[in-house]
Write a protein that binds this ligand. Structure first.
Ligand SMILES: NC(=O)C1=CN([C@@H]2O[C@H](COP(=O)(O)OP(=O)(O)OC[C@H]3O[C@@H](n4cnc5c(N)ncnc54)[C@H](OP(=O)(O)O)[C@@H]3O)[C@@H](O)[C@H]2O)[C@@H](O)CC1
Ligand SMILES: Nc1ncnc2c1ncn2[C@@H]1O[C@H](COP(=O)(O)OP(=O)(O)O)[C@@H](O)[C@H]1O
Ligand SMILES: [K+]
Length: 511
């Protein structure tokens, strides 16, 4: 699903109005009707107090239309207009009149007003600012936002949490609504998925308000949300008369004394994702444990006992995944540098492989183009330097990826894969995956997919999705805390099956 910028959403809006020959107020009515139906289908007339805080733009207009509809259906409502500017939008004004026609008179809140009482049992509708926010809210509006947050009432945000700009970080982090639920129009907003701004959004859902589909499909976006519909077409079915030679030979290079487990996890996930053959290249100390733990994996050892000091692979592998548990001994660093110089086909680089690159940036130009780098935020910071907002991070990482023609997978709650100026935002995964070794599993999975013929960018997007899905399936039986990286590996198979689960089967399961 495409993630639009605010500018593109306004364009979609315009294009819909022109094409359907409707007025903007009709689009607002359509949007707010969706909001109303969402609430009404859940509340079914329950007499809970609903406090609606409406700004003076179109987001506020949506709130006013919703208030009118709630009122018509007998809900107990209280409407406030947060009067932060004289520049009221036309559709706001029109709907203010319509609300008054229905004998609802809002209270106007300004700098002098007392803060209204909000009980934790109330429902707050947050329609103060939408995607039109273009500067920090004034202090008194910020204080109102803080007051709403402190009330602990269920807060339903219209389109976006008020105070959260959609194309940058907030000016003042405490002047943003902490939304219990965001009902966002037509397209998801990037800020919902980034670590510093996603925290304002507990849950979100898209309401289809029928914006122009032609515009949506013909418009290129900088970011795309990756769900099942996006990854299914990437899947490469296994053929009946195929053999292991058709699915590639992966090599996992890594490990050092005390960190052989990282290679074990990567090699075993590489096999589980379907690589035909897997060889691990490790220091001698890991030979027995690895051979014992995973009989399917072939093991090559370097000349040293405790670390890798030279990387020699006596055959032509389909792909190499390097770096997990490899450490940063001087001779490992120089072995890695020599190895990069020899290599010309794309590889996957993780963990200390990345740390070696950040400390020896001259090696970056030897990384084969289209290779995949899988940093967690700390590793990324070492590679690209500090950032002051998620947006700056993405820009810097994009520039870095473009400079070396690489794929950069920024791991986290919503892993973002960057390639060719575009970001692919993952939707699977859960906090149970914040556990030792889960990144090693991802490295093995991406490597194993490349071995089978997936392009490196597809392997990254698909691998990240499957990895998160395996995590979600694992969490559904193990919970978050008990989830271990090896449990992720065990669930890779069911993650594949889950991809092909039919909606009918899901329905049956529920009944
Ligand atoms: N296509 C769709 O998806 C549809 C969208 N719809 C809805 O429209 C919403 C966008 O509405 P919007 O453009 O009127 O902007 P909104 O967020 O209400 O802000 C109002 C104005 O406030 C101002 N302002 C900005 N920052 C400020 C600040 N800090 N302190 C004080 N003032 C500030 C700024 O005006 P300025 O003062 O800069 O001239 C701004 O224009 C969208 O989120 C959705 O809910 C639906 O109705 C139909 C279909
Ligand atoms: N809160 C979370 N939600 C979803 N996925 C997560 C979360 N925390 C971590 N992950 C995933 O788990 C993996 C952790 O990788 P990493 O930090 O490299 O772990 P390790 O170095 O221990 O192997 C990444 O793929 C990341 O996306
Ligand atoms: K809002």
């Amino acid at each position: 699903m495409k993630i639009f910028s605010a500018e593109q959403i306004y364009q979609a809006d315009k294009s819909t109005i022109q094409k359907e020959k409707i007025k903007s107020e009709e689009l607002m009515e359509r949007a707010a009707t969706q909001l109303f139906e969402w609430m009404h289908s859940r509340l079914r007339g329950t007499q809970v107090k609903i406090q609606l805080f409406c700004g003076i733009g179109n987001n506020g207009g949506d709130g006013l239309v919703l208030a009118r509809k709630l009122n018509e259906h007998g809900y107990s409502i209280k409407v406030y207009v947060v009067n932060y500017s004289d520049k009221r939008s036309e559709d706001f004004l029109l709907n203010l009149e319509r609300l008054k026609d229905g004998k609802v008179w809002p209270d106007f809140i300004n700098e002098e007003s007392e803060l209204p009482k909000i009980s934790p049992n109330d429902i707050v509708v947050d329609a103060i600012f939408g995607i039109g926010l273009n500067r920090a809210p004034d202090e008194w509006v910020g204080n109102l936002i803080k007051h709403i947050n402190n009330s602990r009432a269920f807060t339903l945000s219209v389109d976006v949490p008020s105070g959260l700009p959609v194309d940058r970080g907030p000016w003042e982090p405490s002047y943003v609504i902490n939304s219990s639920y965001v009902l966002s129009f037509q397209v998801p907003k990037l800020v919902f998925f980034l670590p510093r701004t996603g925290v304002y959004v507990n849950q979100w859902e898209i309401l289809d308000i029928g914006l122009d589909q032609d515009y949506i499909s013909n418009t290129e976006t900088d970011f795309e949300l990756i769900g099942r519909p996006e990854v299914l077409p990437m899947y490469r079915p296994r053929l009946k008369f195929s053999h292991k030679g058709n699915y590639g030979h992966s090599v996992i290079v890594g490990g050092s004394y005390g960190k052989i487990g990282a290679v074990q996890l990567a090699a075993s996930s590489c096999l589980s994702v379907g690589s035909g053959l897997v060889t691990a290249f490790i220091p001698k100390c890991g030979y027995n444990s690895l051979q014992t733990a995973i009989p399917e994996v072939m093991v090559l050892t370097g000349s040293r006992e405790k670390n890798i000091s030279g990387i020699e692979i006596p055959f032509e592998p389909s792909v190499i995944g390097v770096g997990v548990g490899i450490g940063q001994d001087d001779d490992t660093i120089s072995a890695f540098g020599t190895f990069l110089k020899k290599m010309d086909s794309p590889m996957v680089i993780d963990a200390d492989g990345l740390n070696i690159l950040s400390q020896n940036p001259e090696m970056l130009s030897d990384v084969p183009e289209l290779s995949v780098l899988t940093p967690h935020p700390k590793e990324l910071e070492r590679l690209i330097g500090h950032w002051s907002s998620d947006f700056e991070k993405l820009e810097k990482a994009k520039t870095f990826a473009a400079q070396y023609n690489l794929i950069v997978v920024i791991k986290g709650a919503h892993t973002v894969t960057l390639f060719n100026g575009k970001g692919y935002v993952n939707t699977t995964g859960n906090p149970g995956m914040a556990t030792a070794g889960s990144g090693d599993v991802l490295t093995g999975m991406i490597t194993g997919l490349i071995a089978q013929g997936y392009s490196t960018v597809e392997a990254s997007i698909f691998g990240v999705y499957l990895h998160g899905l395996a995590g979600d399936l694992a969490a559904s039986t193990k919970g978050y805390e008990a989830l271990k990286a090896s449990t992720l590996v065990e669930h890779i198979g069911s993650a594949f099956s889950e991809l092909f689960r039919q909606p009918e089967m899901e329905q049956k399961d529920k009944s």
